[in-house]
Design a protein around this ligand. Sequence first.
Ligand SMILES: Nc1ncnc2c1ncn2[C@@H]1O[C@H](COP(=O)(O)OP(=O)(O)O)[C@@H](O)[C@H]1O
Ligand SMILES: [Mg+2]
Length: 379
Amino acid sequence: MTVEIPPSIAPAPSASERKPPARRTRAKRIAVLYNVDYEDAHPEADPGWAARAEVGLVAKSVATALAEAGYETHLVPVDGDLPAARTRLAEVDADCAFNLCESLAGDARLESAVPLVLELLGIPFTGSPPEVLGFALRKDRVKQRLAAAGIPTPAGRVLARADDPCDLPFPLIVKPVREDGSVGISRASVVQDREELARAVDTVSTSLRQPALVEQFVDGREFNVALLGHPTPRVLPLSEIDFGALPVEAPRIVSYDAKWSSGSVDDLGTVPILHPSLPTAVAARVRRAAADAFRAVGVRDYGRVDVRLASTGVPYVVDVNPNCDLSPHAGMARAAAAVGIGYGSLVGLLVRYALRRGTRGRDAAQLAPAARSSGQRPL
Ligand SMILES: Nc1ncnc2c1ncn2[C@@H]1O[C@H](COP(=O)(O)OP(=O)(O)O)[C@@H](O)[C@H]1O
Ligand SMILES: [Mg+2]
């Protein structure tokens, strides 16, 4: 046991013993970046409005958790005006950016512009690099990469128009080729014949102005697999969607309403269950497919992979989500909590990964030479 001498009776140090006062290290400054493209949009006009609006709440949760962990946090809302975001980042003089941006100006394709700017500014940031975000948004390209890596994924075709031919057998599911968060996915997305297929493809192209990815419908159990860490991710406990309370006529899928319309029939009928009952060998196959998909897509630090288990026992990867939903009640946080990583620890860990990475390695190589040699940020 160490006994401290109270200051009043401790002998005064001589001049030679006197040490300079310990330099107080200042708290690291974290800029929490999130998109605000939902604020001026009308929910009726934007099919992904509710998904975009959630990000503001997530940003507040992350900022609060980081502040409690001793970081100096600043919320930085990002709209389509990237120069304004740069100015705000310069004011904050952030050591690290917590990147929660999922779209810009209502367009998911612009999601990768924010980490691109952060790379240019030399600010370390959480999660995946811009090219991975851009790549993962294109479900057709992800599918090609998974297939090339020998990872099971349902057969799919891209259809730009309702009358484009499709040689896949029914049932099929029709998804927008570049969205996430179940944007554009409803009960009508699961189709049984040519007429329904044409209608669903037409809905995607008119309401979301993009081609449709038509996929073999895998009628089986669905698992969400959260992964944490890079380059070798830790596979967190599996979560299964329990479709038991869905009306019989509803297809067993996680629709947009299921994700974003709290209290809706689809929401109440899609209940995530941690630690589902599953034979060990099957669970191992699901985990393996998810980890392989995470690596094949190049996801960094954290992500979630959606897997549908066919009656043949094959775990089909249907979706790979870098920078997945970090809301305190979403799958990533729940799975982390199941292994003792509470919300504050989870977001703190993501900041530490980013700070440790810094702007070294590949990120640093992309910085303007002047910015690196002067140590200044090229604002
Ligand atoms: N090939 C498929 N077979 C069966 N269900 C699917 C398939 N693809 C997607 N789904 C269902 O649709 C949901 C959303 O599709 P997903 O590809 O994950 O899109 P998002 O990126 O919008 O989350 C999935 O969670 C799943 O319930
Ligand atoms: Mg998904």
